[in-house]
Every structure is written in C-alpha cells, then in structure tokens.
Design a protein around this ligand. Structure first.
Ligand code: FES
Length: 256
C-alpha cells in the first residue's frame, strides 16, 4: 500500500450543514495517488488514535483533496476547530477504492447521510452517466446537492421526514430504477441497513454493486486487526480488514 504522512495546509474551510465541515487541503503528493473511495486518517491534537474520513474530492492539477466530515465526538470536534491556514496531520491515501470502468454507460451512486461525500469523486468521473440518490434525516442535514449537479449527474434527493425531496428512504427510488433501466453498476455508502437493502436489490436484479463500509479504525493500515469484517472470498469465509481490504467491497462478498 502506497501512502504518505505529513502536515498539510488547509486552504479552505466551510461549514456546509450543522456540525458538518468541508476542508480543502493542499497535499500534492497524496492527491497524485489518491482514488475515489479511499480515505484519509487524521490525527486530532491530544488524541492518540487517528480519525478516518472519506475523500470527497481529488484535484490532481491543484494538488488538493477535499474532505467532508461530521462532528461525532471529541476527536472530530477537535479537527473541526482547525482553520484555514492551519496544518493538519494526515496519513493518506488509505484503503481500497471503488472499481471504475469506462465502459459503464449508466451508474447509480447512493449516499446516506455522511456516507454521501465519497460519492462525489465518482460523480466527477462518471458525470452525465450517473444518477445520484442521496438520503438525509431532514432538510437541514442535506449536503453536496449543488456539487453533484455541477458534475452533470442527475440527482434524486430523499429525506426521512419529507422536509426536502422525496419523503422516504433512498431504496424507494432506487428499486424503481433498478427494475426499469439498464444500470451497469451501483456504488453506495451509508448506514448498514441501507447498504444491506441496496445489496439485496442489486443481487435480485443482477447488478454489479460496490459498497463502502464504515468501521472504527485504529491503525488504518492493516496492522492492528481492529476493523475486522466477515466476508466471503472464493466460497470461503474470510475476515477482511475494512481499512486495508476495504473500505470498498463487492456487495456479494459481505456477510451481513
Ligand atoms: Fe488497524 Fe484496520 S484499523 S487493522
């Protein structure tokens, strides 16, 4: 695995929803080798363990990465207090990203809540070939819709309470799409019940599906066994490391 560690400058910071922040980080050596679906491991000052955050944007020309994360505890709160011009201690790019295929003509990108950011680099690759379905708790939690539209992707927004877009879960519009149109691939990230349902719909409709799993991570590089996940490979059970073998897995490999 090829990765770098260093202190990198935050070029821009913005709050894009309540307790959700976007950082643009200057890190040319990481941006050069990063791919969609990988993650960065960030050290919060005063904490031993790093925090894994998915990559939301890669600009190889500018040499920048974008990360979007939610404050979920003291570590991410500390990271959120960094400002433009500060440096951030980052180990990246880590993990195994999404499989991208130029021959795919139509793909569906599905994000649930803070699982939505890793879908943006895929939308930037597939552009008009992609339909992005994203789901959030309510209108206040909605993020990245303009970014997705700017790629040329079609967007479908859902909220649990109906305060924006379709009232309901992402699986409802996806099930319709899966039955009615020729989808070559589905990529998804979000809560486990959502991923499980999407995997089932893909299996029933014979659609290639990759999912990105979230797991607590300590080392982030396959050394501590802290992120094990039960999968099946070559018909045999296999304890995969989410940090190294994933976070992206073929949906058919995951044992739910
Ligand atoms: Fe250490 Fe995955 S976090 S092995």
């Amino acid at each position: 695995m090829k990765y770098k560690q260093g202190n990198y400058i935050i070029l821009n910071k913005s709050a894009i929803a309540r307790e959700i922040y976007s950082f643009e980080i200057l890190c040319p050596e990481i941006a050069e080798i990063a791919s969609a679906g990988q993650f960065v491991h960030i050290r919060a000052e005063g904490f031993t363990l790093r925090r894994p955050i998915s990559i939301c944007g890669i600009d190889k020309n500018k040499g920048t990465l974008r990360i979007v994360f939610e404050v979920r505890g003291e570590g991410t709160e500390k990271i959120s207090q960094l400002n433009k011009g500060d440096t951030i201690d980052m180990l990246a790019p880590l993990g195994h990203g999404f499989t991208v295929n130029d021959e795919f003509k139509k793909v569906v990108l599905i994000g649930g809540g803070i699982g939505t950011p890793p879908m943006l680099p895929l939308a930037e690759i597939y552009r008009e070939k992609s339909v992005v379905i994203s789901g959030f708790r309510n209108a206040y939690a909605v993020i990245l819709q303009d970014d997705f539209k700017n790629t040329g992707a079609e967007t479908i927004l859902c909220t649990d309470d109906g305060s924006a877009g379709i009232h309901g879960f992402v699986t409802q519009p996806f099930e319709e799409l899966a039955k009615n149109s020729g989808i070559d691939a589905v990529y998804a990230c979000g809560p486990m019940p959502m991923l499980k349902n999407i995997s089932k719909i893909c299996k029933d409709n014979n659609i290639f599906c990759e999912i990105s799993l979230e797991e607590r991570m300590a080392c982030g590089i396959g050394a501590c066994l802290g992120c094990a996940c039960c999968t099946v490979r070559n018909d045999e059970e296999y304890f995969a490391h989410v940090c190294k073998d994933g976070p992206v897995f073929n949906a058919e490999e995951v044992i739910w």
